[in-house]
Design a binder for this molecule. Structure first.
Ligand SMILES: NC(=O)C1=CN([C@@H]2O[C@H](COP(=O)(O)OP(=O)(O)OC[C@H]3O[C@@H](n4cnc5c(N)ncnc54)[C@H](OP(=O)(O)O)[C@@H]3O)[C@@H](O)[C@H]2O)C=CC1
Ligand SMILES: O=C(O)C1=N[C@H](C(=O)O)C[C@H](O)C1
Length: 252
């Protein structure tokens, strides 16, 4: 048998961390060497001989965790939100000093969600109007979701390349938030509701028709195949990859 990947999970006691610990533990080609929570020193990663970390913590701390990993040549698979353009640029610069180290920042590990965002970017070139509704559990600390931000960015890029103008909107007066927030010209609406896990709809409108692309994660198990895929591919992809689609051949 080939050598197992030595994996540490950060945020191991959170909703996603608990699932990731189980998934890594159950994977024959991986060995869970550390499961760290708030208050644990990152030095424990070195003591445990971690070659890979999975970061599933909080937006405030994820950058510190990932930079520590990269500085020590540990590959990182990151699901935590909060990676804006400034943080990504700064991480790219750090990675230039560690050319053998790979980082995957994946706003969503669910394969269906990754596909839905890619389909949305494609479809957005053919419709006059597009808006995003993301729906999550009420314990989520950030809005809009990282997935919605990423989807909006992909849509904005695709529409710009195709020369599609902004979605029409005659609103002249509105209460704060009534039209959601603006991500690169795409309106994003956030719902927080007990009973939900993670859901997103992208609505497209044209004269006399509507297309809706919807993805639902009913259980955090939906994210685990993507976490494991990320761990298996990250070392072979040095530098920074944003989006699990970077490791897939979607051919869209
Ligand atoms: N990419 C994807 O597919 C997905 C991404 N996410 C994202 O992952 C992140 C985690 O989500 P979720 O599990 O629901 O959130 P939780 O709040 O359940 O978990 C976060 C965990 O991180 C812990 N933590 C806080 N600070 C540190 C630290 N310094 N070191 C180690 N652990 C720390 C928290 O500890 P404490 O409990 O003590 O506060 C908590 O256990 C979020 O950003 C979320 O948006 C979520 C689902 C899917
Ligand atoms: O906090 C969550 O739950 C989720 N966070 C990620 C996001 O913000 O997009 C991924 C998924 O939507 C679940």
């Amino acid at each position: 048998m080939t050598e197992q990947l030595a994996v540490a999970v950060l945020g191991a006691h959170g909703r996603m961390g608990i699932e990731a610990v189980k998934a890594v533990d159950a994977a024959e080609d991986m060995k869970l060497v550390a499961a760290l929570g708030r208050g644990d020193s990152l030095e424990k990663l070195l003591d445990a001989g971690a070659q890979y970390v999975v970061d599933l913590t909080v937006p405030d701390i994820t950058e510190t965790n990932v930079r520590f990993a990269v500085e020590h040549g540990i590959h990182a698979v990151v699901g935590t939100t909060g990676w804006d353009a400034h943080r990504l640029d700064s991480l790219r610069s750090l990675l230039e000093q560690k050319p053998d180290t790979g980082v995957l920042i994946a706003p969503n590990f669910a394969l269906g969600s990754v596909l839905a965002s890619a389909f949305a970017a494609k479809a957005s070139q053919y419709f006059e109007s597009v808006e995003i509704i993301e729906l999550h559990h009420p314990n989520k600390v950030d809005a809009p979701s990282g997935t919605a931000v990423r989807t909006a960015q992909l849509i904005a890029e695709a529409r710009q390349e195709a020369g599609v103008p902004a979605s029409p909107d005659a609103t002249e007066t509105s209460l704060d938030g009534a039209r959601g927030c603006d991500v690169d010209g795409v309106r994003v609406h956030s719902v927080r509701l007990r009973g939900l896990v993670a859901h997103q709809e992208v609505l497209f409108g044209g004269p006399g028709e509507q297309l809706t692309l919807r993805h639902d994660s009913f259980d955090r198990a939906s994210f685990m195949p993507g976490v494991l895929l990320g761990l298996r591919k990250v070392a072979a992809n040095p530098g920074l990859t944003v989006g699990l689609d970077g490791y897939l051949d979607l051919g869209l």
